[in-house]
Design a protein around this ligand. Structure first.
Ligand code: TXA
Ligand code: MG
Length: 356
């Protein structure tokens, strides 16, 4: 398949370029496009064949449902049953990085919802995404535009690496704004439940939707047998190389020091931590600044992808505080490490499955 690359300005995208992509969506094709969180791989949400192509391109298991992207809260009725309370919530949080799980409308194909009685919906805040949905004239079903299990794409280059030749078009509008995916809350239960922490912190969401239950899985701790968001049970966000996460900041440098006996480590760390790591002579990938967790979120997935590009045997990641967007960062790091979180340097050989 020949993948068309369409370059546009992220803030004032050329409408005729977006119209090309919209035409592909209308005809049942697949288009990767930027949102304010990460790039998504989109298809017409009401076209069963088109939405099937998303699963094929990504190698995504069919029982993992897609998020439906709308151009505004007024489209909620097309894909879900939304009462006045939900409508009100939608109008506050959207456009923005929040996904609401709602009762589904019945004419949505089962490919999108994986046969569930619910549907995940959001209105993205990216000008390119909004123009694409509008010009396509239909809601767009889109998961993140990465190969299943890999870190989500925050640049068109990431999408090209994973999906070139497997999708009809990729819209390149540079780096996404947040760098981690949307916050997902289930509103079909009495007390809203956090299914995935994301770009909007729950501290900001609770005043809008009320008290939110946070299951341990949503923090990124080990997956339970019965997953609440179907996607949670799969290996996620993981580079090919092994990542070990330090259980606390205080032990990080000691773990790094020990790791030099185990092979060639790469530190996945903050700018603040870098000087001390340089002193140890360990190569490092700086994610962002601890003092501004938004920079960490933005750099997170490219740092994880970078690990596979460089001359290192494994990555040792630093933990961050879990306030605001930090909860999403730690969720992704726990998953990227396959829940390999250690609190003592002596745990490294076991964690890496290496003699050291
Ligand atoms: O920021 C984002 O949310 C990006 C952009 C492209 O919008 N999308 C994204 O999609 O991250 P994806 O497919 O990578 O993650 C969606 C998650 C999956 O874990 C899936 O299982 C869950 O949402 N999900 C979808 N529909 C659901 C439903 N009806 N009930 C519970 N979880 C659902
Ligand atoms: Mg994803």
């Amino acid at each position: 398949m020949n993948t068309k690359i369409i370059k546009v300005d992220p803030i004032e995208p050329d409408r005729s370029s977006i119209a090309l992509a919209a035409d592909i969506i209308r005809k049942g094709g697949t288009v990767a496009f930027p949102t304010e969180t990460v790039y998504g791989l989109g298809a017409d949400a009401f076209n069963e064949v088109a939405t099937s192509k998303i699963f094929e391109a990504k190698g995504r298991p069919r029982d993992n449902p897609l998020i439906v992207h709308l151009k505004g809260a007024e489209q909620l009725g097309l894909v879900s049953f939304a009462n006045e309370k939900i409508m009100k919530i939608g109008k506050i949080v959207w456009p923005g990085p929040v996904t609401l799980v709602l009762p589904r409308a019945h004419d949505l194909p089962d490919t999108v919802t994986a046969g569930l009685e619910t549907v995940a919906v959001r209105v993205p805040a990216h000008p390119v995404a909004l123009a694409l949905i509008e010009l396509s004239g239909t809601p767009i079903a889109a998961p993140s535009a990465n190969l299943a299990g890999k870190p989500s794409p925050t640049t068109a280059q990431h999408v090209i690496k994973d999906l070139q030749g497997k999708v009809d078009a990729i819209i390149d509008a540079g780096e996404t704004f947040f760098g981690v995916e949307s916050t997902i809350v289930n509103l079909t239960v009495n007390t809203p439940v956090l299914l995935r922490p994301g770009a909007l912190g729950i501290e900001e969401l609770e005043p809008i939707v009320g008290k939110i239950t946070i299951p341990q899985e949503a923090r990124g701790y080990s997956e339970s047998e019965i997953a609440t968001a179907p996607g949670m049970k799969y290996r996620h966000y993981a580079p090919a190389k092994k990542v070990v996460l330090a259980g606390n900041r205080g032990i990080y440098l000691k773990i790094l020091e020990k790791s030099m006996e185990c092979g060639r480590p790469a530190a996945i760390c903050s700018e603040e931590m870098k000087p001390a790591i340089d002193d140890l002579g360990i190569r490092n990938i700086v994610i962002g600044r601890e003092s501004d967790l938004y920079t960490v979120a933005r750099g997170l997935f490219s740092s994880l992808r970078m690990l596979d590009e460089i001359d290192a045997d494994f990555g040792i990641a630093q933990p961050f505080n879990e306030n605001g967007i930090g909860l999403a960062i730690m969720n992704r790091l726990r998953k990227a490490s396959g829940h390999t979180v250690i609190n003592l340097p002596d745990e490294l050989p076991g964690a890496l499955n290496r003699q050291c």
